[in-house]
Design a protein around this ligand. Sequence first.
Ligand code: 13P
Length: 277
Amino acid sequence: MINLKEILDGTEKGYAVGNFNVHNLEYVQGVVEAAEETQSPVIIAITERPLNYYGIDYLINTVKAAEKNCSVPLCLHLDHGDNLDIVFKCIEAGFSSVMYDGSHLPIEENIANTKKVVEKAAEYGIYAEAELGKLQGIEDGKESTESALTDPEEAKRFVDETGIAVLAVAVGTAHGFYDGEPKLDFERLKAIREKVEVPLVLHGGSGVPAKSVKKAIDIGISKVNVGTELKVAFNQGIKGVWEENPDEIECTAIMGAAREGIKNKVIEKIDLFRSNL
Ligand code: 13P
């Protein structure tokens, strides 16, 4: 597994690495098969709830096993760790990257906690992502109704004071499904890009039109997070099996179709993010 900084190295040439949120073994296998087939690096990401469901040791060992059969870089990333306990636990357990999300806190507190994460990550030779600004929507089963776009000046202060390696920004996307087409604030993204030097992350990548994703990458987004579209692909895979044969009971057929759904969706995103070039 390689760390977040290394996996994003080169994205300034005009591509982004996909952060794919996983929930179980078939998700990991689908993401890794897509990475191998397209020869693209990928970030295997997980939030706290599915991590508790999966089991931290099971997950780490799955990714280690996947690595043996994989010729492209993989990064195992904690997504939206909103308390220091879970972030530190993942660092200590062997994740190659973590995100601390203190975006719900006042900026001073977000800065203070993020600094602790940066220091802890450095002890283990890895790097962290943090978020400034707030995204609406549902993530990890938690709904956020508040939205606050990232202020470019504040972003600079946040990066300077925390020493964070990678910054997640709020520029008009949301977690989960959209009602209507999301409108991204590209001028704001440009202003942030000019103020800070670290790689930038676009959360809420599901349902964003391809042309907007491409433009965001052209402006300087290095990592795009995708969760909801994978859940839909996984479920559609299973539904498809039962539509064809309602009596199907073989796990390999049912979960195999779900895995195939994940793989195909990840390939589609890798093509869009141009990380296979
Ligand atoms: P979506 O579920 O909207 O794709 O967002 C995923 C995400 O940002 C995970 O951090």
